[in-house]
Design a protein around this ligand. Sequence first.
Ligand SMILES: Nc1ncnc2c1ncn2[C@@H]1O[C@H](COP(=O)(O)OP(=O)(O)OP(=O)(O)O)[C@@H](O)[C@H]1O
Ligand SMILES: [Mg+2]
Length: 257
Amino acid sequence: MIDQPQLPHFGTLLAEGKTKLIYAHPEDESLAYMVNKDQITAGDGVRRNELTGKSQWSTITTANVFRLLNDANIATHFVEQINDVTLLVRRCTMLPIEQVQRRIATGSYLKRHPEVSEGTRFEPILVETFLKDDARHDPQIWPEDIISMGLATLSEIEWMAQQGRRVFETLERSWATVDVTLVDLKIEFGRDKRSDLMVADVIDNDSWRLWPGGDKTRMLDKQVYRNLQTVTEQDMQGIADRYALVADLTAKLKPGM
Ligand SMILES: Nc1ncnc2c1ncn2[C@@H]1O[C@H](COP(=O)(O)OP(=O)(O)OP(=O)(O)O)[C@@H](O)[C@H]1O
Ligand SMILES: [Mg+2]
């Protein structure tokens, strides 16, 4: 007999995306189960590979990160880890936006701002918002767009920007305790039934750039996968090793000074 992992009793499937499934809680409509998948994707899902173990590493990473955020009194959907691939969360209606916080200029920011050189430090943290629209490659949007789309009010937008900076600063300080530079980070927000906003979705090794010792060449995050020209088995092993290392490191993260 193969040992079956302890499966919670799920309600109906609410959503399935590229990297996770969301199930209703069978008794409590304010809760949901988030089940991570062994999928790694890039380029709006154009590149896609199975990465055995990723669901576990993503679950560990997200649980450890959201525990730090909850302990810092930041409103999040995270309740508890259920098993090695499943989290219990507050059920949300998600905003179709991604909020990016940046400490160091790199990546897509440089394409949009060619006059800025890589490595430029943002103080305070720069906050950008993108509409989740794979077909349109997630265009950048501004407060007036968010308001005209009816997604949030101006005061909610300001509150989310402030929360995003708190999330970033909390995780930046924690990563600094293990000499890893948090370069930038993507988060998502959802609303519970009372319409209260909170940080939702996952924060895992797909969500950020991590540069040990501030050294870009030692990067540990999904950018390594995005940068591949072709995807070999050996490449995937290198990616797996980094995801496993990051999950291990998040278990050691303490609130920083
Ligand atoms: N607390 C929550 N309650 C309800 N749904 C959630 C919650 N957190 C995340 N989700 C939803 O889980 C779904 C699956 O996520 P996944 O990231 O796999 O989707 P995706 O294919 O990447 O698409 P997306 O571009 O929307 O992220 C998404 O629709 C996401 O909005
Ligand atoms: Mg997603």
